[in-house]
Write a protein that binds this ligand. Structure first.
Ligand code: MLT
Length: 265
């Protein structure tokens, strides 16, 4: 789909007449990180799962991204598909985009699921690390970036005992163009602090976090849930930062319970 000058990949599946749920992936992955959730959602929902520009199959364009531009892209995708209002599920970076979407487009948001994410912006140390990541992706490529990223993203148990999950995550990272990885790191480093706007979120909200998440640890999710009126916080046992991939059974049970409990659209 052509959106804001870039060719963006969007997986649009499930019931076309069903209520819409948008799945926003983490960095640096793609819509394919939601494979364990598609069969759960598709019987009842219209499932919209884009690849952010510069990740997965979406055009890297000029490599100059901001979270604001990614929200523009999301609005363009929803407009293009004729989706007026949706439940938005965002994991990590997907959560950063979802939080800004919630602030900018409250009328388009039916409910929010924030997985393994947080509201505060990067501090200085994180910004310096983003710059090192940009250098690594551009000079050594996506595989080298994956090598450094996976030990932080996955729980020790996953790294030890779940080679298929490690291989899937690695494959998704290696499929991202280095320019897209670098451009997204720029957007992550420059993202605005979303803490203050949390108090204005008025939709039903679920906050989910992997018990062993080392990138956005459970304390971040506790603070996130505490900032949003009525938000429910659930911990996914045994999972790291990629809770939907590392413990899909527990993640899916929590997600389904939340979605089935929503007031009618
Ligand atoms: C992600 O999984 O989207 C990233 O780890 C987020 C981040 O680095 O802040």
């Amino acid at each position: 789909m052509r959106v804001n000058g870039a060719e963006l990949f969007v997986r649009d599946s499930g019931r076309k007449d069903g209520p819409a749920v948008v799945l926003l992936h983490g960095f640096p992955f793609s819509h394919a990180m939601w494979v364990p959730q598609f069969p759960l959602l598709e019987p009842a929902w219209r499932v919209v799962a884009p690849d952010f520009r510069g990740q997965g199959r979406s055009d890297p364009g000029d490599g100059q991204y901001t979270i604001e531009l990614l929200v523009d892209d999301l609005c363009g995708i929803l407009d293009g598909l004729g989706v007026a209002k949706a439940v938005v599920v965002g994991l990590s970076m997907g959560g950063y985009v979802a939080l800004r979407f919630a602030e900018r487009e409250p009328a388009r948001l039916r409910a929010l699921v924030l997985a393994d994410t947080k509201a505060p912006a990067d501090g200085n140390e994180a910004k310096v690390q983003r710059a090192a990541g940009m250098r690594k992706a551009k000079t050594e490529g996506a595989a080298a970036f994956a090598e450094g990223f996976l030990p932080k993203a996955l729980a020790p148990e996953t790294l030890r005992n779940r080679p298929e999950v490690v291989a899937r995550a690695r494959g998704l990272i290696e499929a991202c163009p280095p320019l897209g990885i670098a451009g997204t790191l720029l957007a992550l480093a420059a993202r605005p602090d979303a803490t203050e706007p949390l108090a204005r979120i008025r939709v039903p909200t679920l906050v989910v976090v992997g018990e062993k998440d080392a990138i956005t640890p459970p304390g971040d999710s506790k603070a996130l849930a505490a900032g949003i009126a009525g938000a429910k916080l659930v911990t996914v046992p045994g999972a790291g930062h990629l809770s939907n991939l590392e413990n899909p059974d527990a993640f899916n049970a929590v997600l389904l319970l939340f979605l089935e409990g929503l007031p009618p659209a």
